[in-house]
Structures are given as structure tokens and as C-alpha cells.
Design a protein around this ligand. Structure first.
Ligand code: SF4
Length: 325
């Protein structure tokens, strides 16, 4: 079956007075209906920019310099802004880190849900109200009917994020883009919100692009994962494979930085160094200054993604020897 979302060779650039900065460098991925794809990497890896490019919300002067974004057989990266606004409300729902940025503090949840449903569907007011109750119920808000008349500040952080998920679902979108949806929440409610997101795919067939810096979130809620570094896709594969048998040295480092309750506390490792700034992306493999396994071609040749088991890895340690020449 054709993927719901296809991103092909996406390049995002920021023109500056000193030259053009390349923030996303040739990134390709697909998401099937009902599938959750995680995008993971440290801050500055290009995860959020990738999500913003897909939904046409790049902040100027950022621009898609080349590549294509297809949603269900329609190319959307060149759509006029007005058309794209419709796509964002109707076909793609969005969830950001801070639920308060998505909710109007002056309106009840009923008003916000009903208005969104009326804007994007042909429902009557009565149908929109009934659907609002069903949506709050579906995201696990108890006593949905009475909570409809609450204002956002009357919900806890976790419940507010569930309201945002309900809002994002109100037009029955095909795709949800969730950018760090649980980062602002207490650890105890993170798992519940991730659970709601996970069941979306299973029960509604919604595809989810889940952006996070947290491998724990990837393990909890995704089917496949794309690891990003300095704007490039460096590893992609089924989440279980990437988590239990990471291949790229950066992914290995990310996994080593996750606390493991079964291991001694001093086993926790950090990746030395920091993500390079856009102005100073190292030549060759952008990770080479931080990589303990670097060898001759690493500082001059950009490694291309190579199939490796069920995954794809962009590292000179993998693939044909010629790639390293
Ligand atoms: Fe390390 Fe070289 Fe692989 Fe980059 S290409 S991750 S520097 S071994």
C-alpha cells in the first residue's frame, strides 16, 4: 500500500548574509497509515524543523530548497499558503510541547472543539457537540460531558495535553505531528499521554510523526524510528531494532545515555562533545569529531544511507567498502 506521507530528499536552508545554512540535508522517510514514526536526536538535530517543513510552517527566512513532500498522493510542499492552511486543519493535526500554545485560555473546551469541528467538517452544531464528548472520552478525560464546559486552566497539565490531542483529532486527520508532546509533563502522566497517542494508530488508522529527544518515549510509543544528527538522517529502522541493536555510533551513544534501572548508576554514559551549530557543520560525517570509531574517510566523505539488516545506516562502518573510498 502507498505510504500516507512521503518525504523525498528534503533540503531546508536558511539564507544569511554570510551564506546559506543547510539545516535539513537530504532527508527522506515515509509513514504508513496507522504507523507511528519517531524522530529522535539531540537539540539542534533538525527534528522540529523537519516536522515544520512537512506542515508548511517553516519560520522565515527558512525555506524548502529542494525535495518533495507528498500526502496521500498529493504533493503539498508547493501548495499555496491558503490551501496549506486547510490541509493543516483538516488532514494534519498538530500537538506541540506546551498545550497552552494550542488552547485559547478565554474559551471553554466545548467552544474550541465545536468551532474546530464546524470549521473543518460538514457537521451540525449538535453533531459537533456529540463528537466533542466522544473525543474527550477517547483521549481518557473522565466525565467528558461535564468537563466540556471547563476552561483550559481548570485542567492539569496532562489533562490539558489530552484536550490538545482531542482538538488535533477533531477533523479526523490522516496524520498527527506531535512535537515533544510529553516533555512538559510529569513523568507519571507522560506514559498515559503516550498511550493515548499509541492507540490512535491502532484504533483510528491515524499516522503519527512523533518528535522527541527522548529514546524512552521512542521505546514507549513508536513502530519505527528515524535518528537525526546535524540535519541528516543517520539511522532508521524498526524501533525495537534501533533500541536493542543500535548501529550508528551516535545512536549507540544515545542509547548509552538512557538510565537503565538494571545497570549500575555509573554505567550511564554521555556522548562527549556537542551537536555542531549550523554555521559549523564538520565536513564528511558530521559526527566525526565526537566519534570514537572514526577512520580515514570519515572527515571528508559524507556517508550515504546503507541497508543494514532491517534498518538503514549512514556510517562508513557499514555498506560496501567502496563507500568508504
Ligand atoms: Fe563514526 Fe565514521 Fe561512522 Fe561517522 S562515518 S559515525 S565518524 S565511524
Amino acid at each position: 500500500m502507498a505510504p500516507l506521507l512521503s518525504v523525498n530528499n528534503l533540503v531546508v536552508e536558511f539564507p544569511t548574509r554570510r551564506g546559506i545554512l543547510r539545516a535539513i540535508d537530504n532527508v527522506s522517510f515515509e509513514i504508513a497509515r496507522g504507523e507511528t514514526l519517531g524522530v529522535v536526536g539531540e537539540s539542534g538535530a533538525g527534528k522540529s524543523l523537519t516536522g515544520r517543513a512537512v506542515i508548511g510552517l517553516l519560520q522565515r527566512p527558512g525555506r524548502i530548497a529542494s525535495g518533495e513532500v507528498w500526502l496521500d498522493g498529493t504533493r503539498i510542499d508547493q501548495m499555496p499558503a491558503r490551501e496549506m492552511r486547510k490541509i493543516r486543519g483538516r488532514r494534519i493535526g498538530m500537538i506541540f510541547q506546551d498545550p497552552l500554545t494550542s488552547l485559547n485560555p478565554l474559551y471553554t473546551v466545548r467552544r474550541q472543539l465545536v468551532e474546530t469541528i464546524l470549521t473543518h467538517t460538514n457537521a451540525t452544531v449538535r453533531e459537533a457537540e456529540q463528537k466533542s464528548v466522544r473525543l474527550l472520552d477517547a483521549v481518557g478525560i473522565p466525565a467528558a460531558e461535564t468537563r466540556l464546559d471547563s476552561f483550559p486552566h481548570q485542567f492539569s497539565g496532562g489533562m490539558r495535553q489530552r484536550v490538545v490531542i482531542a482538538l488535533a483529532l477533531s477533523a479526523d486527520p490522516d496524520l498527527i505531528i506531535a512535537d515533544e508532546p510529553t516533555t512538559a509533563l510529569d513523568v507519571s502522566v507522560q506514559a498515559q499521554v503516550l498511550d493515548v497517542l499509541k492507540t490512535l494508530g491502532e484504533e483510528r488508522g491515524t499516522a503519527v510523526l512523533l518528535i522527541t529527544h527522548d529514546m524512552g518515549v521512542i521505546a514507549e510509543a513508536t513502530d519505527r524510528v528515524m535518528v537525526m544528527y546535524a540535519g541528516r538522517r543517520i539511522e532508521m529502522g524498526p524501533s525495537a531494532d534501533v533500541i536493542h541493536a543500535p548501529k550508528h555510533p551516535y545512536t549507540v551513544g544515545l542509547m548509552g545515555a538512557i538510565p537503565n534501572p538494571d545497570a549500575e548508576a555509573d554505567r550511564l554514559t554521555q556522548i562527549p562533545g556537542a551537536m555542531p551549530s549550523l554555521k559549523a557543520i564538520p565536513p564528511g560525517c558530521a559526527f566525526h569529531p565526537r566519534c570514537e570509531r572514526r577512520f580515514t574517510p570519515c572527515d571528508c566523505t559524507v556517508p550515504a544511507p546503507q541497508p543494514e539488516g532491517g534498518s538503514s545506516v549512514a556510517c562508513h562502518l557499514y555498506g560496501p567498502a567502496e563507500a568508504a573510498a
